[in-house]
Write a protein that binds this ligand. Structure first.
Ligand code: AMP
Length: 289
């Protein structure tokens, strides 16, 4: 696996690759890798001649009170896991190489060009509670796609709103790459794998399983005939209320425009964000009858 830190060097190497006719799959990450990330690498391995991953804890997508500083950084382990998953390239830029002014890191002040998500996709769910987060995501992914120039780019359904926003960005801005979405990988008790799960104490870890239980419960009840979305939401909130420390939201939304649904439709997404202790966890399930 070749490790490249410089955006210019990476971009030149990728341009050279293009002339060889080989296809490239790309998996952007923030590191602290787990099976969720590795499933994306394996899918990319399966569908392309070559695979690139990136590890970049993007300062632009963290709010001033969020966990940018303490976000887990375990580079030696990540490199080993990527090598084992047979990635060919690892792009490992520093914040100063990605953003010419480091004022963003200190104050999140914006003095460079940014890419804004489609406005209708940031009216609900996480966007309501993390102002500026998704423009940090669209900006960094746009930059990464221009540097890496992959044929296919892989994202996880675990971060559903992020995936919906990036899918739209790729379409709206004519990025020449195919958007690929991979299913959420879960722990045995249903908890969605996340780099942030390591923040949980053993006691919190047990309670965190309620999030996926509530989501799957809603799906099961819907599939057994319950059609009242308000009632489904009420039951999920009751279950969550008994287990987590704070429910930020629990919503049933349209899978494409993410608007909150009052009446059922053919395909829906139930999504939740909860605090367990000080850790914010998100998860979602797709519901179709
Ligand atoms: P992150 O490192 O958290 O930015 O995640 C990098 C990519 O991995 C994103 O596309 C995530 O949606 C995806 N991902 C994270 N956790 C999971 C999971 N449990 N299952 C599938 N994909 C995931």
């Amino acid at each position: 696996m070749r490790i490249i830190k410089s955006p210019d060097v990476f971009q030149k190497e990728m341009r050279r690759l293009k002339t060889t006719g080989k296809t490239l799959g790309f998996v952007p990450t923030m590191g602290a890798l787990h099976e969720g990330h590795l499933s994306l690498v394996r899918q990319a391995r399966h569908e392309n001649h070559l695979v690139a991953a990136s590890i970049f804890v993007n300062p632009l997508q963290f709010g001033p009170k969020e966990d940018f500083k303490k976000y887990p950084r375990v580079l030696a382990r990540d490199k080993r896991l990527l090598k084992d998953a047979r990635a060919d390239y690892l792009f490992l830029p520093s914040p100063s190489a990605m953003y010419s002014s480091d004022s963003r890191i200190k104050s999140l002040g914006n003095d460079g060009t940014v890419v804004e998500p489609a406005p209708e996709l940031v009216q609900t769910l996480c966007a309501r509670y993390r102002p500026g987060h998704f423009s940090g995501v669209t900006t960094v992914v746009a930059k990464l796609l221009n540097i890496v120039q992959p044929d296919k780019v892989y994202f996880g359904a675990k971060d559903y709103q992020q995936a919906a926003i990036l899918k739209r960005m790729i379409r709206d801005l004519n990025f020449e790459c195919e958007f690929r979405l991979a299913p959420t990988v879960r722990e045995k008790d249903g908890l969605a794998m996340s780099s942030r799960n390591i923040y949980l104490t053993p006691e919190e870890r047990l309670r965190a399983a309620a999030i996926s239980k509530a989501l799957f419960g809603v799906r099961e009840k819907f599939c057994s005939g319950e059609r009242n979305l308000t009632q489904l939401k009420r039951e999920a909130l009751k279950l969550l209320g008994a287990a987590v420390d704070r429910v930020q939201y629990f919503e049933i939304v349209d899978p494409d425009n993410l608007s909150i649904l009052k009446v059922p439709q053919a395909k829906m997404v139930a999504a939740a964000a909860c605090f367990v202790g000080k850790t914010r966890l998100i998860d979602n399930v797709i519901i179709r009858p």
